[in-house]
Design a protein around this ligand. Structure first.
Ligand code: MN
Length: 718
């Protein structure tokens, strides 16, 4: 067990001027509060805060953080202490840290999944407030994981899974390698004990032989470097159990086939020496192609820097080697904590403006916009947990993005405006589809056009949380606008029967009054609610005229009345081209074409509005108003106007060739608009086409796609 003196010693090695009295006071306070309390293991509770404080001291954190570690459970686990008390005794800063940790700990959600998501969100929020809070939480979790076997079996599983899902990746992202490794192994041991102990067993069997080999390699490397006058520290480190298992899983290997169980590490004094050592090693042993990575020139997002290589070493064995400076090593071990620095007063300060934590800021930027914690977790997971690619801006700046990112992710990383108005991209000078996955080393140029907007389809391929949130944000705004327009249209029509002008109501402020009466914030919200189908027009009309609809009118507008003729007819559904007793109209928002899946919505006074099934407006419609409709295949010779937009290189002849391709498909062109973007030298053409059915549209679009110079083609819904 850790003794309080161990903590004092550890703190003093980091900061000889540390306030030891404050630490003593916190220790005594914690001991008093936890007196008589026991952990699940049956040991005195005080052992836990001591261990947590010791881990924090080992991370070389400041006295305030270590104190908060001693106090971190005093508010939560006992009813006698309040935050005010902590504030009075230890000051606002420590109280704030304790409060932050306590808040993360509270578990309010029933399902493990929901709780995990909510917890994670809280952690990020706390982190934004003060980085140290998350470090205390990590230390807390680390000790709880070390003593997990005392928990009930079912809880063990939940906690271990959460550790693997969230805390280990978080430690990784904060750059604290040893905590990440230990958390992973502890969680793995509880989640899959059979696999864990099998690897442990196999590791112990080959141990002597392996240790001999490791010693040999270390000596070889040392001698080699000394002969070049480089005096380096050379170490061999066994990889953690979980990472060995992951490798077996991902590459479908048996344990015996995992070659590089040990990673060798060479610590030198300067960056120049790093590259020199790399050269010397590659001169002696052949490097394995594709395994050399320069994280010095291109640091990871968690600030990690190193050269990595794998060589065919003595006896033909693969040897993995990491080369870095002592400074880089500190960052690799302590991560974020290594970036605390002394202020003049002798206190630690954290360089908040550092671009190094931009990823965290980005994730927090929009956490307020996404209220569902599960959705939030889903969004940020990719940013937090995946590998990275390194790409370049046209000016040569390095941008790192999660693996799988596309030009759209890149565009949003540069600036929201660039993302929103992105219409195309060049990778290494060549125009590519927007869904192309970026590779490290690519040089990306984004083509934009003023007034252009995000496309819903982008959501299918973007991976970064930032891009996802921004695109969703735009779509939401747009949906709201179209709902307002629809609501306005519906209300206008209904009022016309009473000879009331909506415009006058708006001008006189009467509509606002009505909105307020029906408890809507503004007339915009009122109209949007009508458009969404959440509020019936009748209710609003009634509020305006002060009269209830007559029984007849109500009957006339009822669902059954409009539907009856429909169900009496043969099961073909709506008839296109011969309007019988069912009124229908094609929704303007999506202009559905014969042959494509459709769905109808009953609207007051206008019969049935037919939308394409994948029309965004459908999602917002009231399900009670929904009716199944189908195309009547017997009707021929009907065409509908369909719009497409074509982006192409601005070359002579492209437009002519496109027109030719269209007429080859026997499609009439009703209208053409074209424009050229001078900055990107890209042409954009809008065609209105007379189309018979979906099949024909698809055929003609395919034909256009084949025209030389065409970059991208899209169907415009309106
Ligand atoms: Mn605790």
């Amino acid at each position: 067990m850790i003794r309080f003196n161990d903590i004092l010693t550890q703190v003093q090695t980091t900061d000889p001027t540390a306030d030891l009295d404050l630490l003593k006071k916190a220790y005594i306070f914690s001991a008093k509060v936890h007196a008589g309390q026991l952990r699940q293991s049956g040991e005195p509770y005080l052992g836990h805060p001591l261990e947590v404080a010791y881990i924090l001291a080992k991370l070389r954190l400041d006295t305030e953080t270590v104190c908060a570690g001693l106090l971190h459970d005093t508010v939560e686990d006992s009813l006698v202490t309040t935050l005010d008390e902590i504030g009075n005794h230890f000051g606002d800063e420590i109280a704030m840290l304790v409060d932050g940790v306590t808040k993360i700990g509270k578990m309010t959600y029933a399902s493990a999944e929901q709780r995990q998501a909510e917890n994670f969100k809280k952690i990020l929020i706390a982190t934004a407030k003060d980085m140290r809070i998350v470090l205390i939480k990590l230390a807390d979790r680390l000790h709880n994981m070390r003593t997990l076997e005392h928990m009930p079996r079912k809880k063990q599983h939940v906690i271990a899974q959460e550790t693997l899902d969230i805390y280990a990746p978080l430690a990784n992202r904060l750059g604290i390698q040893w905590i990440k490794n230990e958390l992973e192994d502890l969680a793995f041991r509880h989640l899959n004990p059979a696999a864990y102990y099998q690897i442990i067993l196999k590791l112990s069997k080959g141990r002597q032989e392996r240790e001999k080999f490791v010693e040999e390699v270390i000596q070889l490397l040392k001698n080699l470097l000394e002969s070049h006058n480089i005096f380096a520290e050379v170490k061999g480190r066994l990889k953690n159990v979980y990472s060995i298992w992951r490798k077996m899983q991902v590459q479908h290997l048996e344990f015996e086939q995992v070659m590089d169980l040990t990673a060798f590490r060479i610590l030198v004094n300067s960056v120049a020496e790093c590259y020199e050592v790399m050269g010397i090693i590659h001169n002696l042993w052949k490097p394995v192609p594709g395994r050399f990575k320069d994280y010095i020139a291109l640091p990871k997002a968690n600030m990690y820097q190193s050269l990595h290589t794998t060589v065919i070493g003595p006896g033909g064995e693969r040897v993995e080697i990491q080369i870095r400076t002592i400074e880089m090593h500190l960052v690799a071990e302590y991560g974020i904590a290594a970036h605390w620095k002394y202020k003049e007063g002798g206190k630690f300060v954290y360089d908040r403006d550092s671009e190094k934590f931009a990823w965290l800021r980005r994730m927090l930027e929009y956490q307020q916009e996404v209220s569902d914690p599960k959705e939030y977790l889903d969004i940020v997971k990719v940013d937090l947990f995946s590998d990275e690619v390194y790409v370049f801006t046209p000016l040569g700046d390095v941008i790192n993005l999660p693996a799988g990112s596309t030009p759209v992710d890149f565009a949003y990383r540069i600036h929201t405006g660039v993302g929103d108005q992105c219409i195309g991209a060049k990778i290494n000078g060549v125009i590519v589809p927007l869904k192309t996955k970026l590779k490290s080393g690519d040089r990306i140029e984004i083509l934009t056009r003023k007034g252009s907007h995000p496309n819903r389809d982008w959501l299918d391929f973007v991976v970064t949380s930032n891009a996802k949130a921004k695109i969703r944000d735009y779509l939401k705004k747009q949906e709201r606008e179209s709902s307002i327009a629809l609501g306005k249209e519906m209300l206008e029509k209904a009022l016309r029967r009473d000879k009331i002008s909506l415009a006058k109501l708006e001008k006189s402020g009467k509509l606002n009054e009505v909105a307020e009466k029906l408890s809507y914030n503004s007339e915009g919200f009122l109209l949007a609610s009508i458009g969404y189908g959440k509020l019936s027009v009748a209710t609003v009309v009634e509020e305006i005229t002060g009269e209830k609809e007559t029984a007849d009118e109500a009957k006339e507008s009822s669902l059954e009345r409009i539907l009856r003729p429909l169900s009496r007819k043969e099961k073909g559904g709506i008839r296109i081209g011969s309007v019988d007793d069912v009124m229908f109209r094609m929704a303007k928002c999506c202009n559905p074409l014969p042959g494509e899946p459709i769905v109808g919505f009953v609207t007051r006074g206008r019969g049935i509005t037919v939308h394409a099934s994948d029309c965004p407006a459908v999602l917002e419609m009231d399900n009670e108003r929904r009716v199944e409709v189908e195309w009547d295949n017997n009707v021929q010779g009907v065409t509908a106007l369909s719009k497409i937009i074509i982006y192409s290189q601005d070359q002579p002849g492209v437009l002519a060739n496109i027109s030719k391709a269209i007429s080859m498909e026997e499609v009439n062109i009703a209208e053409i608009h074209s424009a050229t973007d001078k900055s990107t030298l890209e042409a954009q053409m809008t065609f209105s086409l007379q189309i018979k059915n979906l099949e024909q549209l698809q055929k003609v679009m395919k034909a256009i796609e084949k025209v030389k110079g065409v970059i991208r083609i899209e169907r415009l819904r309106r």
